[in-house]
Write a protein that binds this ligand. Structure first.
Ligand SMILES: Nc1ncnc2c1ncn2[C@@H]1O[C@H](COP(=O)(O)OP(=O)(O)OP(=O)(O)O)[C@@H](O)[C@H]1O
Length: 342
């Protein structure tokens, strides 16, 4: 559906070259929700704007349904963009037009009848939960409501793709969640492919199927949200997931537990999906003369999958501990022995 290959975008900042996007390769399938996460300046906005050619790539390829976007003439590009909706952090609504007129604007450009426009706008406002707000002006709406209007407008021409540029970054956590729910609903209902950029881990965790992590213009990791965040390879990814997935045990507590129970190991165990409901630890103690003492635990939801982490101290003789660790790995758990902090 979206195929980005060898993509580069270089800006000239007063004689200084800034490579905002470097050698990016991303493939996004139909109906997928694909997130790009990165810190400020990583190149996310530039990348997403290259997809609908709001920014012209310096080199490389952007194909949508096999059509090379960078080779389209202006009229062809205008036509292609009708199938690509976009929403922005600051909503970009026409402040002097009503909600109804904002949503109707893209429909008026394609020249359909007044009656059809009214029917479609009413439908769209119903879909985003603003059926009674057609006569309001943007200034009379909350941030979440404004983003709903922007979503309705983006969907007006029944796009196949929705690009979301930090769409929830200006919203409070509760409103963020309601907008994310709406995006999920739209994705499921219409099979719309969604590409979004964000610096918020929560957004990725809640709705994305796959994710790319960007740093200094490059994609440094990409894959399913579960794979990338349960087994991060780069420091940037580790920084994003800190405290969300990978729980830590403060050093002073680690020291205390080691003193209380010398000879054991402190381990961090992560588990996905069904493993969370299986009595693996009960089975461990039945099979091996080991005593697991749970020190800390956390369960989080990644879209529809559960991801859990536990820090526990395993006491027993060292050979049995190794056997126990092997057993846990064989059950599909990720197991790390935490280094002694002293
Ligand atoms: N129009 C432009 N002209 C010149 N340089 C630009 C332009 N747009 C972006 N840049 C530069 O490109 C780099 C990447 O910026 P970009 O906005 O794509 O990053 P980002 O990850 O979206 O960051 P943020 O989350 O802060 O928006 C930055 O160094 C930025 O200064």
């Amino acid at each position: 559906m979206i195929s980005i290959k060898n993509l580069y975008k270089t800006y000239d900042q007063g004689g200084r070259k800034v490579e905002a996007v470097k050698d990016v390769h991303i493939e996004i399938g139909k109906g997928e929700i694909f997130g790009v996460i990165g810190f400020s300046g990583a190149g996310k906005s530039t990348l997403i704007r290259c997809v609908n050619l709001l920014e012209t790539p310096t080199s490389g390829s952007v194909k949508i349904n096999g059509v090379e976007m960078t080779e389209l003439t202006d009229p062809e590009l205008r036509q292609a963009r009708r199938k690509i909706g976009m929403i922005f952090q600051h909503f970009n609504l026409l402040t002097s037009s009503t909600v109804f007129d904002n949503v109707a604007a893209p429909l008026r450009l394609v020249g359909i009848s007044k009656e059809q426009i009214k029917k479609r706008v009413d439908e769209l406002l119903g879909l985003v939960g603003l059926a009674d707000k057609g006569g309001f002006y943007p200034s009379q709406l909350s941030g979440g409501q404004k983003q709903r209007v922007a979503i309705a407008r983006a969907l007006a021409n029944e796009p196949e793709i929705l690009l979301c540029d930090e769409a929830t970054s200006a919203l409070d956590p509760q409103t963020t969640d309601s907008i994310l729910e709406l995006l999920l609903d739209i994705n499921k209902r219409f099979q719309i492919t969604i590409m979004l950029i964000t610096h918020e881990m929560h957004v990725i965790k809640k709705i994305c199927d796959r994710v790319a992590v960007m740093e200094n213009g490059r994609v440094v990791e990409q894959g399913t949200v579960l794979d990338i965040f349960s087994n991060p390879q780069t420091q940037t990814t580790k920084n994003f997931i800190k405290n969300v997935f990978d729980i830590q045990l403060p050093e002073n507590l680690q020291r205390k537990f080691r003193q209380q129970q010398p000879g054991g190991e402190i381990i961090r165990v992560s588990f996905v999906g069904e493993a969370t409901s299986e009595p693996i630890f009960a089975e461990l103690t039945t099979r091996f003369p080991l005593r697991p003492n749970i020190l800390f635990g956390n369960i989080t939801q990644i879209k529809e999958t559960t991801f859990g982490s536990l820090i526990l101290q395993l006491t027993g003789d060292s050979v049995t501990i190794q056997q126990g660790l092997q057993y846990l790995k064989e059950q599909g758990l990720r197991v790390e022995v935490l280094e002694d902090v002293e």
